[in-house]
Design a protein. Structure first.
Lengths: 292, 297
C-alpha cells in the first residue's frame, strides 16, 4: 500500500496505468492489420479461418491472384499512378504557395491564406460532391484519371503548404537577406539559399502527399469513371462485404508494403539531408509534431 | 513593379488552382441545389445567377429535417454516433498522447513510429482488417465462443450501431492523438514543476495546469476528427450496410451514386456544411491565431 502511495505521489515516476493504456492502444491499433496481412497468405478461400500458408493469392492462383486478376492489378496500378501524379503536381504548387504566402505582404495574401486552410477542414464528401458537380456541369471534364488527379491535388496542396511553411518560419528571412547583401539576385538567393534549406520539408511533403493519395477513397471514388479507374481502396470498399477471397487482403498488403518501403526510403534520405545541414533527428518526431 | 510581383507570382499558380477547383466547385453546389432539373433526362441543371435561384428542393429537405420526418432520424443518429465516437476517441487518445508527451523516454521514438504506422496504412485496409475479425467465423466470435461468453456467432456486421461506433473510433483515433500529442508536448515541464512546488497534488496540477493549457488543443483536435466523421459513409457501408444505421453521409451518397436526385443531394450537402461551419470556423480561428503567435515569436 505504501509503495502504491509513493508511486502515486512521485510525479516523475513511471505512471504504469498510462503505460499499460498506451501499449494496449498500440497493440489494438496494429494487430488487426497484422492479422489481415497474415490472412493474405492463407491457402484457402477464407479470410477468417486459417488453412495453411501459401502465396496462392499473390501469384499462385492462375485466375484470381493479384498478379493474374486484371481488376486487382489494375487497381494497384491506378493507386500508384494517381499517387505519382498527385505528388508531381501538388508539391511544386504547394511549395510555391508556401514561399509566396510567407514572403508576400500585399493585400491578396490574406484571402489566399484563408482559402488555403479550407480544404483541410471541409469534409471529404462535400469536396467530392462539389468537384463532381463542377466537372459534370461546368468544366465538362470526363470522369476518370484526369478528374481524379485534379481532385487529389486540390486537397493535397494545403498539406504541402503547412509542412513547408512551418520550415520557412523556423528558417527566418536572415539567410536570404545575407545572400542579397552579398550581391545575389532575388531569384539567386531563392535558388542557392532558400531551396537547399527547404529540401527536408519538400521531402516530407512528398511523403505526406503519397500517403494522402494512397489513402484517399471518397474523392477518388466520386471522380472515377468505371472499373478501369478503380483504386485499391475503391476495390476494398466495393467487394469487402461480398464473397471476396484473400486476394483482396493480398492487394491491400502489397500497397501497405509499397508505402512502408517508400516511407522508410524517404526517412533515410531525410536523415542524410538533415545530417548534411547539421541537424539531428530521424524525422519521426518532426512529422509527429506536425500540426495538421 | 517587377519586384513587387516577385513573391505573389510564386503563390499565383496554387492560388488559381484553389479558386478553380475549390472555390468555384463550392459555388457549383449552390448552383445545383438552387437550380432546376431537366424533366426529360432527370439531370440537374445548375442556375449560376443567384437572382434566379429556386428554393423548392431546399425547402423539401428542410421540411424533411423536422422532428419525426425521414432526415430527422438520420440527423439525430449522426449526431449521436459522432458524439459517442468522439468521446471514445478522447478516452483512448488523451491518455496515450499524455503518456507520450510526458513519460515516454527511451521508448518514445518507437512509440511514435507505431503511432504513425496507421497513417501509412489506408483507412479502407484498416476496415478490411476488422471485417476479417468480425465475420461470423472470425477471430472475435470464435474467441468469445471459446471463452463461453457467446453460445453462437454474433452478427457484428449485420447493422449493429455498436460495431459502427467501434469502427469509427478505431478509424479516427490516430488523427486525434497526433495533434493532441503536439499540444501536450509544447507545455513546458517547468510550469508543471511550479505547480507541484507550490503544493498542488498531481491531480490538481493536471486539472489546473495541464488541462487548461491543452484545452484549445483538445477542442481543435476533436473538431479535426468530428468534421470527417460527420461526412463519413464508407465506414458505415462496410461495417453495417443496413438502413438501421444510416448517417447523413450515407444519405448524401445515396442521392449521388444512384444519380437520380442530385438537387436534393446538393441541398443536403449545403445543410450539412452550414451546420459544420460553426466547427470549421472554430478550427480556422485557432489555427490562424496559432500561426500569428508563431510569426510574432
Amino acid at each position: 500500500m505504501k509503495r502504491m502511495r509513493d508511486w502515486w505521489a512521485n510525479p516523475w515516476g513511471q505512471p504504469r496505468l498510462l503505460g499499460v493504456i498506451t501499449w494496449g492502444y498500440m497493440v489494438w491499433s496494429i494487430v488487426p492489420v497484422g492479422i489481415a496481412i497474415l490472412f493474405s497468405f492463407n491457402d484457402g478461400r477464407s479470410r477468417s479461418v486459417w488453412q495453411g500458408f501459401s502465396f496462392r493469392w499473390y501469384w499462385g492462383d492462375p485466375n484470381s491472384s493479384v498478379l493474374h486478376d486484371p481488376a486487382l492489378r489494375g487497381a494497384l496500378e491506378q493507386s500508384l499512378k494517381l499517387a505519382g501524379l498527385d505528388m508531381l503536381i501538388s508539391v511544386p504548387l504547394g511549395v510555391g504557395l508556401a514561399i509566396g504566402l510567407t514572403r508576400w505582404r500585399g493585400f491578396g495574401a490574406r484571402p489566399v491564406n484563408f482559402l488555403m486552410l479550407f480544404p483541410l477542414v471541409t469534409p471529404e464528401i462535400v469536396m467530392a460532391v462539389s468537384l463532381l458537380l463542377v466537372f459534370v456541369t461546368l468544366y465538362k471534364i470526363q470522369l476518370g484519371t484526369t478528374a481524379q488527379v485534379l481532385g487529389q491535388v486540390t486537397f493535397s496542396i494545403s498539406y504541402v503548404v503547412i509542412v513547408v511553411r512551418g520550415r520557412l518560419l523556423s528558417i527566418g528571412p536572415e539567410y536570404e537577406e545575407a545572400a542579397r547583401d552579398l550581391g545575389a539576385s532575388a531569384l539567386g538567393a531563392l535558388r542557392l539559399v532558400l531551396l537547399p534549406l527547404l529540401t527536408p520539408a519538400i521531402f516530407a511533403s512528398f511523403m505526406v502527399v503519397f500517403a494522402l493519395s494512397i489513402d484517399d477513397f471518397v474523392v477518388t471514388d466520386y471522380l472515377s469513371s468505371n472499373s478501369s479507374t478503380q483504386t485499391v481502396p475503391i476495390k476494398i470498399y466495393s467487394s469487402v462485404r461480398g464473397t471476396a477471397t484473400p486476394a483482396l487482403n493480398a492487394v491491400a498488403t502489397v500497397l501497405v508494403i509499397a508505402t512502408l518501403a517508400a516511407v522508410t526510403l524517404a526517412a533515410v534520405v531525410y536523415r542524410i539531408l538533415n545530417a548534411r545541414t547539421g541537424e539531428k533527428g530521424t524525422g519521426v518526431r518532426e512529422i509527429a509534431a506536425l500540426d495538421v | 513593379m517587377i519586384r513587387r510581383l516577385f513573391w505573389p507570382s510564386f503563390a499565383l499558380p496554387g492560388a488559381i488552382w484553389l479558386v478553380l477547383l475549390f472555390l468555384i466547385p463550392t459555388y457549383a453546389v449552390l448552383a445545383v441545389a438552387f437550380g432546376t432539373t431537366d424533366p426529360i433526362f432527370n439531370n440537374p441543371v445548375p442556375v449560376w445567377n443567384p437572382l434566379h435561384w429556386q428554393f423548392a428542393s431546399m425547402r423539401s429537405v428542410l421540411h424533411e429535417s423536422l422532428p419525426g420526418r425521414t432526415f430527422w432520424t438520420v440527423d439525430v443518429r449522426t449526431f449521436a454516433y459522432v458524439a459517442i465516437s468522439l468521446a471514445g476517441c478522447l478516452a483512448v487518445g488523451y491518455p496515450v498522447a499524455y503518456y507520450l508527451a510526458r513519460h515516454a523516454r527511451r521508448t518514445k521514438t518507437l512509440l511514435l513510429v507505431l503511432l504513425i504506422i496507421p497513417f501509412w496504412v489506408s483507412y479502407l485496409m484498416r476496415m478490411l482488417a476488422w471485417i476479417g475479425l468480425l465475420l461470423p467465423d472470425g477471430l472475435v466470435n470464435r474467441t468469445l465462443m471459446d471463452v463461453g461468453v457467446l453460445s453462437h456467432p454474433y452478427g457484428w456486421l449485420d447493422g449493429q450501431a455498436s460495431s459502427v461506433i467501434l469502427a469509427l473510433i478505431y478509424g479516427y483515433v490516430p488523427y486525434l492523438i497526433l495533434p493532441l500529442y503536439a499540444t501536450l508536448d509544447r507545455i513546458p515541464g517547468s510550469v508543471l514543476e511550479a505547480g507541484r512546488d507550490l503544493g498542488a497534488s498531481p491531480i490538481r496540477t493536471f486539472l489546473h495546469v495541464t488541462l487548461p493549457l491543452s484545452r484549445h488543443g483538445i477542442l481543435a483536435a476533436s473538431v479535426l476528427i468530428a468534421l470527417p466523421m460527420f461526412g463519413d459513409y464508407y465506414t458505415n457501408d462496410i461495417i453495417s450496410a443496413s438502413p438501421r444505421t444510416t448517417m447523413i453521409g450515407n444519405q448524401i451518397n445515396l442521392f449521388f451514386q444512384e444519380g437520380s436526385q442530385r438537387t436534393i443531394g446538393a441541398s443536403l450537402v449545403i445543410v450539412l456544411s452550414v451546420v459544420l461551419a460553426v466547427l470549421m470556423s472554430y478550427y480556422l480561428w485557432v489555427t490562424v491565431r496559432a500561426s500569428r503567435t508563431t510569426e510574432l515569436a
